[in-house]
Design a protein around this ligand. Structure first.
Ligand code: AKB
Length: 332
């Protein structure tokens, strides 16, 4: 059972949302630094604390508070939450799909034991807790085109299993103890400044770097493998808007969010409008191709649109234009 459960005082209907103090775990992955940057613009630099078990590059230290946090060390997490008066927790610490299959025991520990720690911590300290889920929470028996919010979920990766577990645990604790649990199922996220690590959708970032460096990308998926994808700034905006949404607007605690779906062939064709000489060869690897074939090709995000107003800003052509411009700028 949870370590300790504290309910938010009944004379206050919700924790204050106008001035949150936010802790982000796994902050040095693909998403943490950008989310912290966007949150800091709204809520002030000192109120957003980024954390990880790795030492960050100097520019991350200069951007705002950074602390060491190990999601497997409950005492360390509790100390951070208490000492820093944290009210929102964004739990980004996880091993992704492909790397999880190569390290099942580690993925189980980080993605499941780590999650249990943050759930307990959130209950004990009345935190609003955000845990990302993913297209990877679906499997071959799920409806794939489109996948709705509520349907059969029998993923075949440890990553997917851990994310379904997170969705169910969070929702259970919400219904039983009132935990303010919020979860978005992210598509593959495409970003210029940060690289994903160990995912099945990583090619959709690498292809831009290859297009601008060697002009050749070798893709580990088949040319016609369609997956849901999203520009990183849409992903950050969705996360923040969802965290800010009043409880009364949420008919679910776990929502799909979508922006676009494309195949390697289609994104390559769009890049060729800017770089006509891009050459792509296909050399599917069994693990990642099998994973991709079991995931939805499209997400139905109509509930997110209806309940809290989700709307993406980037389609495929905007994403390609922005990625090429941002990577070019980085290279100069
Ligand atoms: C992965 O490919 O594992 C992730 C995801 C879709 O959750 N990017």
């Amino acid at each position: 059972s949870p370590r300790q459960i504290n309910r938010w005082p009944s004379n206050e209907s919700e924790p204050p949302t106008d001035s949150p103090r936010v802790l982000i775990t796994g902050g040095l992955g693909q998403l943490g630094v950008g989310l912290a940057e966007m949150l800091r613009k709204q809520y002030g630099k000192e109120n957003i604390i980024l954390s990880d078990i790795r030492r960050p590059p100097a520019e991350v230290y200069n951007m705002g508070p950074f602390v060491y946090a190990d999601v497997l060390d409950y005492k360390n997490l509790r100390e951070l939450v208490v000492n820093n008066r944290i009210t929102w927790l964004v739990h980004y610490s996880a091993l992704l799909s492909a790397i999880g299959e190569a390290n099942v025991a580690l993925a189980r520990t980080i993605n499941i034991t780590g999650l249990h720690n943050v759930l307990d911590l959130a209950l004990e300290n009345c935190l609003r807790l955000f845990v990302p889920s993913t297209i990877g929470a679906f499997g071959p028996s799920s409806p794939r085109d489109p996948a709705p919010d509520l349907c059969i979920q029998r993923p075949r990766t440890i990553y997917g299993v851990s994310k379904v577990h997170a969705e169910l645990m969070g929702e259970y604790l919400h219904h039983k103890y009132g935990l303010d649990f919020r979860c978005l199922r992210y598509p593959g996220v495409v970003s210029a400044h940060t690289k994903p690590g160990g995912g099945t959708t990583d090619y959709a970032v690498q292809i831009f770097h290859d297009a601008l460096s060697t002009g050749h990308h070798e893709c580990y998926l088949r040319s016609n493998t369609r997956l849901p994808m999203m520009h990183i700034s849409d992903c950050h905006r969705a996360t923040i808007e969802f965290m800010q949404a009043p409880e009364s607007q949420l008919s679910l605690r776990t929502y799909n969010i979508a922006a676009m779906s494309f195949t390697p062939e289609e994104v390559a064709e769009e890049i060729r409008k800017h770089l006509p000489h891009l050459r792509v060869t296909y050399n599917p690897d069994t693990i990642r191709q099998t994973i991709a074939d079991s995931w939805p090709v499209r997400f139905d995000d109509s509930n997110a649109r209806q309940d809290w107003g989700w709307k993406p800003a980037y389609g495929l052509s905007e994403l390609v234009t922005d990625m090429l411009a941002s990577i070019r700028e980085q290279r100069t």
